[in-house]
Design a protein around this ligand. Structure first.
Ligand code: FES
Length: 125
C-alpha cells in the first residue's frame, strides 16, 4: 500500500457548490486497521479534511452524527465540551483545548476527485 491513494466520497450538491458557506461531511477511511472517522470541510474557496477526534478528550466532534458546524456556521464544533475549531487549520480557537489542533489529512484534487494519501493517514491513526 506504499503509494495508495483513496478517493473520498464527495456527494456534490450542485446548488451549493459555489456558495461561500461552509459545509462539513463525515466520511470514513476504510483501509486502516479500524475505519478512521473523518470530516471533510468545504466551501467555495477551501477544502480540508481532519480526523474526527477532538484533541481535548478524544471524542468524536459530531453529536448527533453528521452535525459538525457551530450555530453560526463559521467553525467546526465539538459537541462534548463546546470547543470551536478553525475550519481551515483545525486549530482550536475557543474552549478547553485552545491552541491544540485537529489532525489534518493530506488531500489533493485529482481529475475532479479528492484523494487521500493512505500511508499518511495510517501514520495519523
Ligand atoms: S472532547 Fe471535545 S471539547 Fe471536550
Amino acid at each position: 500500500m506504499s503509494n495508495a491513494k483513496w478517493v473520498i466520497p464527495t456527494p456534490e450538491d450542485p446548488a451549493r457548490e459555489n456558495e461561500p458557506a461552509l459545509r462539513a461531511d463525515a466520511f470514513e477511511v476504510p483501509a486502516t486497521p479500524w475505519p478512521l472517522a473523518c470530516v471533510l470541510v468545504r466551501s467555495a474557496h477551501h477544502t480540508a479534511a481532519f480526523v474526527n477526534r477532538c484533541p481535548h478528550a478524544g471524542h468524536a466532534l459530531d453529536f448527533p452524527k453528521g452535525r459538525f458546524l457551530s450555530s453560526d456556521g463559521a467553525h467546526l464544533q465539538c459537541r462534548s465540551h463546546g470547543a470551536l475549531f478553525d475550519p481551515h487549520s483545525g486549530e482550536c480557537v475557543s474552549g478547553p483545548c485552545v491552541g491544540e489542533r485537529l489532525v489534518a489529512l493530506p488531500i489533493e484534487r485529482v481529475d475532479g476527485t479528492l484523494q487521500i494519501d493512505l500511508p499518511a493517514v495510517l501514520r495519523t491513526d
